[in-house]
Design a protein around this ligand. Structure first.
Ligand SMILES: [Mg+2]
Length: 123
């Protein structure tokens, strides 16, 4: 099962981040949140999470830059991108850089329950 695993959410949209934090905390994961890529990398260094949920579109360091760095410095960490439906070129780039999967925004609770928990269990 997925308990006692650490998961880091990096997303500049606070409502999305808080929603995911609540959702995952209720499922017995240890959850960290970061509003910027830079902050996310600081948490990576301290907490070494098993899974990172990473938003693509962020001001400053974007999700693809963060992904590149995480793949290089934390090769065992499983990265799931959070992206908008119409972002095909970025999705393709993320896959090329080594993201294992992605979830699409906007998401519903039902979608998260089936897709995201399935991905986390496979991580
Ligand atoms: Mg964003």
């Amino acid at each position: 099962m997925v308990d006692t695993r650490k998961i880091l959410i990096i997303d500049d949209e606070e409502d999305v981040r808080l929603f995911l934090e609540d959702f995952l905390t209720e499922r017995d994961l240890i959850v960290f949140g970061a509003g910027t890529g830079e902050e996310g990398l600081q948490i990576m260094e301290k907490e070494n999470p098993d899974i990172v949920l990473l938003d693509v579109m962020m001001p400053g360091m974007d999700g693809l830059e963060v992904l590149e760095k995480v793949r290089k410095d934390y090769p065992k960490t499983h990265v799931i991108m959070i992206t908008a439906l119409n972002d095909e070129s970025r999705i393709a780039k993320a896959k090329k850089l080594g993201a294992v999967n992605y979830i699409l925004k906007p998401f519903s609770l039902g979608y998260l329950e089936t897709e995201l928990m399935g991905l986390i269990q496979k991580a």
